[in-house]
Design a protein around this ligand. Sequence first.
Ligand code: ZN
Length: 192
Amino acid sequence: MERTTLHHLKRSEAPAEPAQHVCQLSPRQVEYLLKPLDFRRVQVDPNGFKYVKAFDIRVWLNRVFAVGGWDVETLELSNTLDVTYKNSDGAARFNVAYRAQARLSVKAPCGHVIARFDDAAFDAKTNQGNYGDAHDNAMKSALSGALKRCAVNLGDAFGLSLYYKDIHADQQIVQRMIPYVGDPRVQQDEAA
Ligand SMILES: [Zn+2]
């Protein structure tokens, strides 16, 4: 068989240019992001607001993007209220509040950041008996809240349905991601 050299190749037979790199999630990651929120993950606070715990959000970030596949940065953390007063018994009580701004970055399997979300949250703890705990709890709640608000942009698996009043928490919201419908698994869903 004749040895083929580049010189002998016709233009149409020339080796293809390396395809342009496109950062994209894997079909399995897309599948997990589109999963409706399991109602067992939904918590209800004393005011009746539904939410997903911050550690659950971290579990799902690890599950979908892996350790090293996501990162959360604190862009700002401010102590906006720090008041000490005495209650009727003369004991010291504390009102404390924090505002936190966070940035969540997630990477595609190629290792490049594919999305970044910034959001903020505020939390106040009032009538607290322990100064340290009051600060610790308000700070942590503000930071967790900011992370959760960033993560909700990732869709169903991160609690998007909880933002809808008249939709069951486990109802699928996003349903499909158009740039990924080439994936047979997602295509099946598209036809449904
Ligand atoms: Zn990439």
